[in-house]
Design a protein around this ligand. Structure first.
Ligand code: SAH
Length: 439
């Protein structure tokens, strides 16, 4: 089943997947790998490493203007997947409260591979990105350097050969450097030994990766753990530490064992493309430098959230334009100290995620009685919006779907995942209905 509809919303391949037939006409080197069916649709065997390699080269040239050389016996990147990761990193960096808007975003790419793919995509999507890309393998290092040189990117991408005697992945770079890095990215080697590599047939089948690329002591989990342990020393030297996992089991274990402990701010993302999924995990030791309301929810997560929702209760918001109606609702929610985040928004519809921290819509006296009754447990002491936002213990969370039905009428549908909160949510909707009927 194709997962393309869960791709990052800015991924150019989301609604426009590569047309293999067209591509093989523009790039004759790709032609041998394309089979055309009776309907004229092109197919590529992704289990053939040469086809994957040629496709990567063609897409990097056609869609990004890069000329890239890739060795036969090393990993070739799948471009839609790598672009998903870089776009997510861009979102995470956008959530950092910056002193200057044109500030350089200095990023470390641990194990850049022969293609140097993340830095190439990064500087394309945001020219303010600037990379230090490390590589331990001599062949990969030579190719990565060549790919940077021949695309005239030496001023924004520095490829560094890692001496195998150096046991750290980040520290030696950060501590030797006077300029601050914002973030690190990493697609770690997957496997712990040749046997595990062989046993993971599916993941391995299309992969031309050499053993040095695919195998590392302790596998991806230990590699990730090394980055985590270094982050505990480096702390705020970087704002975000990020990793992409190829195995769900490693992702889940890592999340539980390290970043799920609430002492760090963390967030996850699913990179969906074709029939494969990869998992991104980011954490930060400096939550104060991040606007958490800007941390993105992956399309996969928002889809799963809405799937399990209660039957919605709805009402119409009278408004001349969709944007005015949406902004009016957001302002009313803000006045009620309800935290709301627009997850998806286009001209005629929007999906808003929201959390209530106190039943601010219940009348003053009633609320006082309710507080007494509840033993003050969930009540935010500071009654301001800021106070509510600081609390990370909402009394309930809900979703709002806005949809412009006809001129001047926007249908607002409220639903919640936790059915025990339906009554509280209904109370809020009654209150909102009353406000809108007065306006
Ligand atoms: N980033 C590329 C390659 C990922 S494969 C991509 O996503 O396509 C993992 C890479 O990490 C390999 O190129 C491997 O040679 C490199 N690597 C392994 N150990 C490393 C280390 N200690 N420091 C830097 N790179 C390392």
């Amino acid at each position: 089943m194709s997962l393309n509809h869960h791709m990052h919303s800015r991924n150019i391949y989301k609604d426009n997947p590569p047309d293999f037939v067209q591509l093989s006409k523009t790039y004759p080197s790709f032609k041998p790998y394309v089979k055309v069916n009776k309907a004229g649709k092109g197919h590529v065997n992704f289990r053939n490493p040469a086809a994957v390699r040629e496709l990567a080269k063609c897409l990097l040239h056609k869609d990004f203007g890069y000329t890239v050389d890739l060795p036969d016996d090393r990993l070739s990147p799948t471009i839609p997947c790598r672009l998903n990761y870089m776009l997510w990193v861009q979102d995470l960096l956008d959530a950092v409260i910056a002193e200057k808007s044109d500030e350089k975003m200095r990023i470390i790419d641990i194990g850049t591979g022969s293609s140097c793919v993340y830095p190439l995509l990064g500087v394309f999507i945001n020219p303010n990105m600037n990379f230090t890309a490390t590589e331990i393998d001599e062949i990969n290092f030579e190719y990565a350097k060549r790919n940077v040189d021949q695309n005239n990117l030496t001023n924004c991408i520095k490829v560094v050969k890692v001496d195998s005697a150096i046991k750290t992945l980040l520290r030696h770079l950060v501590e030797d450097n006077t300029d601050a890095y914002k973030c690190c990215i990493c697609n770690p080697p997957f496997f712990e030994d040749k046997e595990t590599r062989k046993a993971n047939g599916k993941m391995n089948s299309s992969c031309s990766a050499s053993n040095v690329e695919a195998i590392t002591t302790g596998g991806d989990l230990e590699f990730a753990e090394r980055i985590y342990n270094e982050s505990l020393v480096l702390k705020d030297s970087l704002v975000w530490y990020t990793i992409m996992f190829g195995k769900k089991s490693s992702f889940v274990t890592f999340k539980k064992r390290f970043v799920g402990n609430r002492t760090v701010l963390s967030t996850t993302y699913e990179f969906c493309q074709g029939s494969t999924m990869r998992w991104g995990l980011a954490w930060s030791h400096t939550p104060e430098s991040i606007d958490t309301s800007k941390i993105p929810l992956s399309p996969f997560q928002s889809f799963n959230k809405t799937k399990k929702l209660s039957k919605p209760i709805s009402f119409y918001i009278p408004s001349q334009t969709f944007d005015d109606g949406k902004d009016l609702l957001l302002n009313i929610l803000k006045d009620l100290s309800i935290r709301a985040k627009v997850i998806r928004c286009c001209d005629r519809s929007a999906h808003i995620g929201a959390a209530a921290f106190e039943e601010t819509w219940v009348g003053g006296r009633q609320r006082a009685r309710k507080r007494k009754h509840n033993g003050n447990t969930t009540v935010v002491e500071d009654n301001s919006v800021d106070g509510a936002l600081k609390s990370n213990n909402p009394i309930f969370e809900f979703h709002i779907e806005l949809c412009l039905r006809f001129a001047g009428q926007i249908l607002a549908s409220f639903s919640t995942q936790n059915h025990t909160h339906k009554e509280s949510m209904n109370g809020l909707v009654v209150h909102l209905r009353r406000i809108f009927s007065r306006s």
